[in-house]
Design a protein around this ligand. Sequence first.
Ligand code: DX5
Ligand code: ZN
Length: 220
Amino acid sequence: MNSIRISASLLSADFGRLVEEVQEAENAGCDEIHFDVMDGRFVPNITVGVPVLNAVRSATSLPIDVHMMVAEPMRFSEAFAGAGADIYTVHVEACSDVARTVDAARQAGMRPAVSFKPATPVEDVADLLLLVDRTLVMSVEPGFGGQPFMPEALPRIRTLRAMADDMGRKVEIAVDGGIKANNIAAAVRAGARTLISGSGVFDGTGNVRVAVKALRAAAG
Ligand code: DX5
Ligand code: ZN
């Protein structure tokens, strides 16, 4: 069986009890924390930044993936590394120089990853598979939690997996957006190994453990 990783996206957590929500995700067996940063330019929404990441960092020993939905994320790599980010996921559409951005993240001590919006052809990012060992396929338009999963993401994951295999690259594929118990298995079958879920983990019932167990059971 292929082992999968479940990453809890804090966007749907109760920010009034953020530290407890992070600890609940860790206690529920999540493998990673997903921290969405939005700047109101690259995406039409604003979320949180470095001071909140400090609070999250102090609450968990899980790896934290900082998903930068921000124009020119290279500007902030030192700051987020200093606040404890482990993975620095940047959008190819947001960087004037993706290679330099990836390099800066690595220099700052983080693991770089690249992401792309649903409309960006995956073939366009083939070269980047030589630069990073992780990609994040968006299965919603970035900007908001709680949107429905776009099934068009599945062939994109398959194509990316095939391209990486052809290049002999052990690239890990993460998928982000609308992941729920009813579609997680399809994403895993397509080749995703890190399944990022916000409203599937923090689902409003207050029982993160039950939600994570259901996701994992459904993943197959
Ligand atoms: C969307 C964010 C996602 C989102 C996932 O722009 O990048 O991480 O929070 O939340 P759900 O699982 O609710 O789609
Ligand atoms: Zn995200």
